[in-house]
Design a protein around this ligand. Sequence first.
Ligand code: ATP
Length: 359
Amino acid sequence: MAEVTLDALEKRFDDVVAVDGISLDIPDESFTVFVGPSGCGKTTTLRLIAGLERATDGEIYIGDRMVNDHRAYERDIAMVFQNYALYPHKTVGENMRFGLEQHGVDDDIIEERVDDAADLLQIDELLDRRPAELSGGQQQRVALGRAIVREPDVFLMDEPLSNLDAKLRVQMRAELNKLHEQLSTTTVYVTHDQIEAMTLADQIAVMNDGEIQQVGDPTYVYAHPRNRFVADFLGSPSMNFVEGKLTRRDDSLVVDVGPFQHEVPESYRDALDGRVGDRIVVGVRPENVTLRPDGLPALVEVVEPQGEKTVLELDLGDDITIKASVEPSVPVELNDRVNVEFDRRSLHYFDADTGESLT
Ligand code: ATP
């Protein structure tokens, strides 16, 4: 077992800065997920930890060993790839044994580890088959099995579930959670899927443009995004943003959005008091927009039933559209006129220029 530490890690490919000086502690036994849009540098970060790329600058530690100059096979890591990377001509059992044989591990230890991993992953019946004779989900289990038998200090996983269909992905997600509970091996996982990140991570690192935007417990980061990028990236449908000028009116603060005035609840007033006169952005998640008779008037432009919830697109005037997630039992139809309210306990305020959170 080991913690992984990244210190001012940087990777350039000619003039492309793929990883722009990131520092992060990945605690021993944690499940840390790097999440972010395509091209933000997640895979490059993972490949740097794996030793498949050389850092341009900065340091990588596994435990207390600085591993920048260590080859991939010297790093005590096992990697699971998106495309499984199984040897097509070897059986499942041979695929799982191969890495250990290369490392000169004793036969009886190999047999014991392969049996244990096959048992854990419920692939005992498949040991004599070849990859082509397996489903995608079974192939992914074998790829995991091959990583597990190595008993590495760290698992590195690069979008391991993205080739599976939606239902299997959800099932494998739960299995990965269970597996981590049983093995407790430090895991670094890369995905662009924010739901996968939220459900798997005990530490989430949201990346953009080669930089870490925010790190922390996923529930905390979701509730307290540091900036507009993180607020927008986590959550589906995404957070609504409306921009206006912050003004003082009697004892209250009001954001003048144009078609409506948003009164800042008391609990946020201290944080915003110094910003009177500035343009700021109000953020509210769709699940925190509710239909209330005394709320803002809105026109229902889209009704999208999604089973467990219904997503509404609401026109608040002046081309300002927001989304609301409501219970499917709420009786709303296209072109209805409704009234909406923003839940006063779950609001976010951002600087309109920098996108930084003000609260
Ligand atoms: P995705 O989710 O699409 O895999 P990512 O977040 O994993 O994206 P990376 O693959 O790490 O992103 O790429 C980060 C940046 O570095 C991108 O601009 C990419 O084009 C560039 N890049 C990655 N590998 C190389 C390479 N071998 N040569 C040149 N540029 C590269």
